[in-house]
Design a protein around this ligand. Structure first.
Ligand code: NAP
Length: 300
């Protein structure tokens, strides 16, 4: 019995080897700054307002939109949601976007994705005024990202960078291996990492010998949407692992792409899911809204 206890203790000690990179505390400190800035803007007569557009019935999008509403209310930001029926004509959606573009009281427009398949997603995205595109999806903002310009950039990749920097993990010169080249996380993250002088390797489904690449990483960032993809043998000793994946667990709840418990035994620091990257996303969106206001002041 005593021997068994000692073994358990050893396993526990081993499991606690990696530092946990939690997002909640970092999110709280950014949120405080956002609230202070909202108060200052209100003194100037500006009430920040976010408009979310939702088309059709998508439960996940509705849940995300509601959580944005709750966070906005807490931060003193005005919020409105436009819920359109699944069969809304494309022209009607475009008209709504144009009205929101012209409305001086609205500073940010966020289109919840996915859209119904018959709607041309790119056409709608391109209709959003770039200075109100708080989700950073408009081609103009994508261009600014590539050219180090002053634009609006997607929240989730920004959250990955913020988690690292706020945890005191510098990026300059670090070999950063990214698993995933998706439009939402992986692709924009590449350019943010380069801006911070990381040396970047990008892996995807056509990458041969994934393990050979991931094991070389000083920092491994995963945004693939595949639960359990990153097992402990894919991680080099002492690496920092950031998990941006979100997957639904069969019995309810969510998990990331990383086998958290086992990876904790080899990595020096790991971000959990939930409680890691995802905790920062909403507050990064609010930060984008405040930046959008500054850009709108500059251009009007
Ligand atoms: P996506 O567009 O579906 O892209 C997934 C990427 O992962 C693709 O590049 C794909 O490669 C790659 N991939 C998939 N399976 C792989 C495998 N077995 N080996 C190597 N690469 C693999 O995803 P996304 O929209 O960028 O999102 C990525 C993840 O982030 C998802 O889990 C999503 O739910 C999550 N997410 C989180 C937040 C948050 O707030 N934390 C916000 C948004 C998204 P190919 O290009 O070759 O297909």
């Amino acid at each position: 019995m005593w021997l068994k206890l000692q073994r358990c203790k050893k396993i526990k000690m081993k499991k606690q080897m990696a530092n946990i990179i939690g997002g909640k505390q970092i999110a709280a400190s950014i949120s405080e700054r956002v609230m202070r800035e909202v108060i200052l803007l209100k003194h100037e007569g500006i009430i920040p307002k976010l408009s979310v557009v939702l088309v059709g019935k998508d439960l996940a999008s509705e849940v995300y939109a509601r959580s944005k509403e709750k966070a906005c209310v807490m931060a003193g930001i005005d919020f409105e949601m436009h819920t359109l029926a699944e069969d809304t004509p494309e022209g009607e959606l475009l008209d709504l976007i144009r009205r929101l573009n012209l409305d001086k009281n609205i500073h940010g427009i966020m289109l919840e994705l996915p859209l119904p398949i018959r709607i041309n997603k790119q056409k709608i995205i391109e209709a959003i005024l770039p200075v109100k595109d708080v989700d950073g999806v408009h081609p103009v903002n994508r261009g600014y990202l590539l050219s180090n310009g002053d634009g609006l950039f997607p929240a989730t990749p920004q959250s990955c960078i913020e988690l690292l920097l706020q945890s005191g993990i510098g990026l300059a010169g670090k070999h950063t291996v990214l698993v995933g080249r998706g439009e939402t996380v992986g692709k924009p993250l590449v350019f943010m990492l380069l801006k911070h002088n990381a040396t970047v390797t990008i892996c995807h489904t056509r990458t041969k010998e994934l393990k050979k690449h991931t094991r070389q990483a000083d920092i491994l960032i995963v945004a693939a949407g595949k639960a359990g993809l990153i097992t402990a043998d894919l991680v080099g000793p002492g690496a920092v692992v950031i998990d941006a994946g979100i997957n639904e667990k069969p019995g309810g709840g969510i998990c990331g792409d990383v086998d958290f418990e086992n990876v904790c035994m080899v990595a020096s620091a790991v971000s959990p899911v939930p409680g890691g990257v995802g905790s920062l996303t909403t507050v990064m969106l609010q930060r984008n809204l405040l930046k959008a206001i500054q850009l709108q002041k500059k251009f009007t």
